[in-house]
Design a protein around this ligand. Sequence first.
Ligand code: FAD
Ligand code: NDP
Ligand code: LAN
Length: 511
Amino acid sequence: MDPMAGLENAPMSEKLFAYILVNYRWVFVLLFLLPLSLLYDAFFYVRNKIIFRLRSAPRQHDARVKDVQRQITAWAASGGRQKLCTARPGWQNMSFRRGKYKKTHYNVNVNLIDILEVNPNSRTVRCEPMVSMGQLTATLLPLGWTIPIVPELDDLTVGGLVMGTGVETSSHAHGLFQHICESYELVLADGSVVTCSATENSDLFYAVPWSYGTLGFLVSATIRLIPAHSFVRLTYIPCHSLEELSKTFADESAKREENDFVEGLVYSAESGVVMVGKSTNQADPDRINRIGDYWKPWFFKHVEQFLKTGGGVEFIPTRHYYHRHSRSIFWQMQDIVPFGNHPIFRYLLGWAVPPKVSLMKLTQGETVKKMYETHQIIQDMLVPITDLAGAIKVFHREINMYPLWLCPFYLPDNPGMLRPRDDRSQMYVDIGAYGAPKNPEYKAEATTRRLEAYVREVRGFQMLYADTFMTESEFEAMFDHRLYDRLRDKLARTKDAFPRVYDKINRSARD
Ligand SMILES: Cc1cc2nc3c(=O)[nH]c(=O)nc-3n(C[C@H](O)[C@H](O)[C@H](O)COP(=O)(O)OP(=O)(O)OC[C@H]3O[C@@H](n4cnc5c(N)ncnc54)[C@H](O)[C@@H]3O)c2cc1C
Ligand SMILES: NC(=O)C1=CN([C@@H]2O[C@H](COP(=O)(O)OP(=O)(O)OC[C@H]3O[C@@H](n4cnc5c(N)ncnc54)[C@H](OP(=O)(O)O)[C@@H]3O)[C@@H](O)[C@H]2O)C=CC1
Ligand SMILES: CC(C)=CCC[C@@H](C)[C@H]1CC[C@@]2(C)C3=C(CC[C@]12C)[C@@]1(C)CC[C@H](O)C(C)(C)[C@@H]1CC3
């Protein structure tokens, strides 16, 4: 990264400060953020244990829902002029930026953070919205269960994944996070509590995903369970041309029953590794690889080796598989702690990484923020899988940056914001780009706008945790607002109480 960009006319002292901040950010991360992250995790670990021991969570749920209702009544009584949002501070969430609206809107505390019930009979788990993925897998796996899609990064929450979206390498079989949810319990703008599912208040059920908290507050979600296995048998298939890569990836994604996980890492315009996983309880002891152990190389580096060695098979413990990119925050850690994958660092301090994304957000200064704004791209674009090769070419032309993350997902023809191309259920692929583009012509806004235009053209979608530079009409061309608007008209007080999705996610609404 060039720390001087944008600072050409700044005084020398400011330039030096920028240089140190960006190039030696790791000093701050190691000395300050890592110990703080450990304390934060330890606190929540102990707290969750106590709550579970006392088994108090399910009993307190109704009281906590009433507290959300009470806050909405208080807002209405105060005249209801401000719009509503959750009180979760912007630095805590897993999005790139903080919403400016948190300062101007009426903040409703939705501090519901417990797993309420694991029900083996109905094969469901009922969670409050602040339950994180780390918490859920740590709780469910010892009980022999898991959810069909565990979006990577431990701190993602059920509420954020329902109101936004979640995708993972089992999505080719199960769809997006919304498709593994059976019902939602919401507090609406008029203070009422409703439950919705595919058969009860179905309009609301289909309108909630991608609504970003603009139809009501989620207070619990019931999610499907599947039996957990001990290992994932992972086959690495190296590909040495774009054609081979896109064909192998599409063919493996189409085997929805046969493959439990499909993932791709693209390492250049002409090479990549497709990974195909199958859950199993039997592992060949010689081929077990505990990739999550702190002294192990970063996963994307490990996978790259298969391009040279010609493929292979490994048995990976399930929790290690779920969190395979967590230690290196996909590949973002190489920009934060450049020597983070060095064996000496891994053995000495590997157990303490990654620093918490939320704490990094909280403590990053203007300079680092500016660097990321101008020199990094963080985007997930979702396109029909038939356009994969074309999309990789467009990404290559525009950003020329690797690795790219490929994750297939099945998009059923359901009502709501996300309508598949030609109104036909089909396979899509998430193309994730996280890092510093090598194309010298890269300009954050202009390049992202060109990528967005391409994605609209092929009837794809942009993930909205990232920056979007679309205008409102472009946004409405990408996402189908018909059901959403109908519900906002129908549900009492909703239009007064909540902004529209675009008002929350557009670039100027975020710091
Ligand atoms: C590697 C790891 C990562 C973690 N990451 C996070 C994280 O990112 N964020 C976070 O908040 N927490 C995290 N935790 C903490 C985690 O949430 C707790 O460990 C978990 O909530 C309960 O821990 P336990 O399985 O040791 O339960 P114990 O207290 O030993 O309880 C015994 C079992 O009973 C089950 N149980 C108890 N009550 C209920 C109930 N009402 N309904 C259903 N099942 C019940 C529990 O699931 C548990 O398996 C993590 C833990 C580990 C080990
Ligand atoms: N593997 C994956 O799929 C990944 C997904 N992501 C993205 O990260 C985001 C999730 O991050 P996370 O930190 O969990 O969530 P956030 O706090 O970012 O919340 C995302 C949106 O959901 C709304 N929301 C959250 N909880 C509630 C609730 N209880 N009631 C009503 N609205 C709610 C928020 O509203 P408000 O603005 O009012 O707070 C916000 O608009 C998603 O958008 C997801 O797509 C990121 C990384 C990986
Ligand atoms: C669909 C999938 C798998 C998405 C993965 C997205 C992650 C790679 C994103 C989510 C949050 C994210 C944007 C973030 C960052 C990197 C990329 C992340 C982790 C970092 C840590 C980069 C460094 C920045 O200074 C800052 C701390 C603001 C952000 C915080 C959010």
